[in-house]
Write a protein that binds this ligand. Sequence first.
Ligand code: NAP
Length: 331
Amino acid sequence: METIALPNSDLNPSRIALGTWAIGGWMWGGTDEQQSIRTVQSAVERGITCIDTAAVYGFGRSEELVGRALKEGGLRNQAVVATKCALNWNDNGPYRDASRARIEQEIDDSLRRLQTDYIDLYQIHWPDPTREISEAAETMRELKQKGKIRAVGVSNFSVEQIREFEKVCPLSAVQPPYNLFERGIEDELLPALREDGIGTLTYGALCRGLLSGKMKRDTQFEGDDLRQSDPKFQSPRYEQYLDAVEQLDRYAQEHYGKRILHLALRWLLDQPGVSVALWGARRPDQLDPANEVMGWSLDEKAKQDIDRILKDTVKDPVGPEFMAPPTRSEV
Ligand code: NAP
């Protein structure tokens, strides 16, 4: 497994990270606790040492399961635990809250749920437009000084917000959405992060399963699964994405003897500026393809071929904006 040093820290996470949003159950049609625990343990055992979670995933449940898995498996010291704060919630659901009071309460809740006395990478989940950025930045800087966290990150921030934050607190990583189908960060954010020397943990490597190759025209989702309202999964756009997957899968087989899932992850890891790709899984066997992502790379010609396939198939692209949580006054 490839690893990478993150700036402003002594962290050296695996370049593939396990994403544990689905393990929390909420917005993913529920969770199986034993499977979830085994998935986290299996990830670390196979060298996927970076585990990404958030307080809001299952309203604490994902963190609890990650904590139990690492504790029961005796794996805490091998893992790079990344979690997130600054979303609050009430009966109407989550909302942005990057106040000092909220972050100071959340760090202790997260440490307790994760059964640990330090968090490796602590990230502001979403910017809160109702507060000054410096308030969250100062709070995070102090948490690092106190030793509760080893490194600071932000997620879903613009270049301007990142630079404002860095005036007060140096960042080790930024977490934006990025995958073959969601390329919004290529114009501005990714070049700026490369220029500023900040690490990236990019999320949604498989575009919520679309790039796994298992989605069919008649795939149904259970319960509160967010893919029921995800605009990519609605016809006729859904069929365009499925066509792209089919053609990319054929390309991967013909040129590399690989499948679409391997191609999707390899493409991400080969993009200049991507440090770590977050791959969501909730069963250990879903991580089996990880080995086949290592030990090869895509050349420029392949990247151009891939872009041509995407241009020819996805005529009506849409981004991940539907996932953005509201502010306090909007809930
Ligand atoms: P993802 O990695 O794009 O896709 C995950 C889904 O792909 C899984 O739930 C699973 O679907 C399917 N899958 C995984 N491995 C598979 C395999 N081997 N074969 C077939 N299907 C497979 O999705 P994501 O969970 O949205 O993103 C990854 C992580 O990024 C999250 O868990 C979270 O840690 C992070 N994230 C962060 C933010 C943020 O705002 N910072 C937002 C979104 C995500 P099934 O569930 O159907 O099995």
